[in-house]
Write a protein that binds this ligand. Structure first.
Ligand code: PMP
Ligand code: GLU
Length: 398
């Protein structure tokens, strides 16, 4: 069968592929510790589950909804942004989508023409570049050094800026690095974008998951000029343990929201009705569980970080937010006799039953990503197994 050129050049999502592989081994009875996918292990809070059940029994979940989302949910997003960001938007500035992932997809489809350039700092979240390519845009990657906390600078942005630059992506706290941009850094990047009329896609999905006194500054809150230059992407997956419900949203200029809505109306029709009612409760309801889960992630980070940092050859910057460790293991690879990070990750799974994601999916050949959105006991056992695997490989290599 002849498939489209568009799809032939598409890479599969490495995060989802790694997770599928781990789950398959587990189903075969192998004792796999799965630290692949970025997904809270907590069940969705009870009040949110209850709202969904209520929507079903009330008959509200049986029908199509407006394609941009039910008015209550668009309004709940407006209230959330007022509360968390201190910014005023209206419901017409919001589109609710099937996860933040589909918000990004619609946005690129709505904004890019063939060859339009999108600046993506590396390491990046796996789907950015592929989604840009699906919209026939051109991803322009900028390598960001671990020494600079993996952050992009205005000088680097200026180096790659062309007449075709339409968008840049900023993800803070970052998946996979966990780094957070400071207000000053955001101001510098935001002003550069304003000056050159480049829109910034601010993927804020980990904004509520910050630890150890670090704070999240939303790019849109830095100044009024920068707010107008910003497209906010967010969702309920991470903060409310709702990955399976598939609810995300975009906040932007009404014209862009309408364009995205037009595409959504021809593709998904609407995000699942029952999930939308659940998300209203997530955003409007009691927020205590958000803090409880944040504290649990913080404890996991603080327990696991020193142990991971002490593994032979691991060079690890302590993350400030999200729920990933992203060590440079190039030295470990040499010690273990490997010249390729993906082979090391594959063997770790086959031989020690620890599933992680290769840095290659995030644009780095030197790193691995470990999700710590798992139980502490699992995390500690995983570190022990990784240590055992490295020791064995070093022995075999000598
Ligand atoms: N952005 C980033 C940085 C992510 O890590 C994820 C992970 N799923 C998403 C967007 C999409 O999230 P979702 O589609 O579950 O809302
Ligand atoms: N964002 C999560 C991750 O990076 C979920 C998987 C995905 O959507 O790619 O693991």
């Amino acid at each position: 069968m002849k498939l489209s050129k568009r799809v032939r050049q598409l890479l599969p999502s490495v995060t989802l592929a790694a997770s599928t592989k781990a789950k398959k081994l587990k189903a075969e009875g192998k004792d796999v510790l799965n630290l692949t996918v970025g997904e809270p292990d907590f069940a969705t809070p009870k009040n949110i589950q209850q709202a969904a059940i209520q929507a079903i029994t009330d008959g509200k979940a049986s029908y199509y909804t407006p394609s941009a989302g039910i008015p209550e949910l668009r309004q709940a997003v407006v209230e959330m942004i007022r509360r968390e960001y201190g910014l005023d938007y209206e419901a017409k500035n919001v589109i609710v989508t099937d996860g933040a992932k589909y918000s990004l997809y619609l946005l690129f489809q709505a904004m890019l023409d063939i060859g339009d350039e999108v600046i993506i700092p590396v390491p990046y979240w796996v789907s950015y570049g592929e989604q840009v390519k699906l919209a026939e845009g051109t991803p322009i990657f900028i390598s960001c050094l671990q020494e600079n906390d993996f952050k992009v600078t205005v000088d680097q942005l200026e180096e790659v800026r062309t007449e075709r630059t339409r968008l840049m992506i900023l993800n803070s706290p970052s998946n996979p690095t966990g780094m957070i941009y400071t207000e000053d850094e955001l101001r510098a990047i935001g002003n550069w974008a304003v000056q050159h009329d480049i829109m910034i896609v601010s993927d804020d999905i980990y904004g509520q998951l910050v630890y150890n006194g670090n704070t999240f500054t939303p790019l849109a809150s830095v100044s009024e000029d920068i707010r107008r230059q910003t497209i906010i992407i967010n969702g309920v997956s991470k903060s409310y343990a709702m990955t399976g419900w598939r609810i995300g949203y975009t906040i932007a200029d009404e014209q862009l929201i309408n364009a995205m809505n037009n595409i959504a109306s021809h593709s998904t029709s609407n995000p699942t009705a029952v999930s939308q009612y659940a998300a209203v409760e997530a955003l409007n309801g009691n927020q205590e569980t958000v803090e409880e889960m944040r504290i649990a992630f913080e404890e996991r980070l603080n327990t696991i970080y020193p142990k991971a940092a002490a593994l032979p050859g691991f060079k690890l910057t302590k993350p400030q937010g999200a729920f990933y460790l992203f060590p440079d293991i190039s030295e470990t690879l040499t010690l273990c006799g490997y010249n390729n990070v993906t082979d090391w990750v594959d063997d770790l799974l086959e031989e020690a039953y620890v599933a992680l994601v290769t840095g290659e999916g995030f644009g780095s050949e030197n790193h691995i990503r470990i999700s710590y959105a798992s139980d502490l006991a699992v995390l500690e056992q995983a570190i022990e197994r990784i240590a055992g695997f490295i020791e064995k490989k070093i022995r075999e290599n000598n």
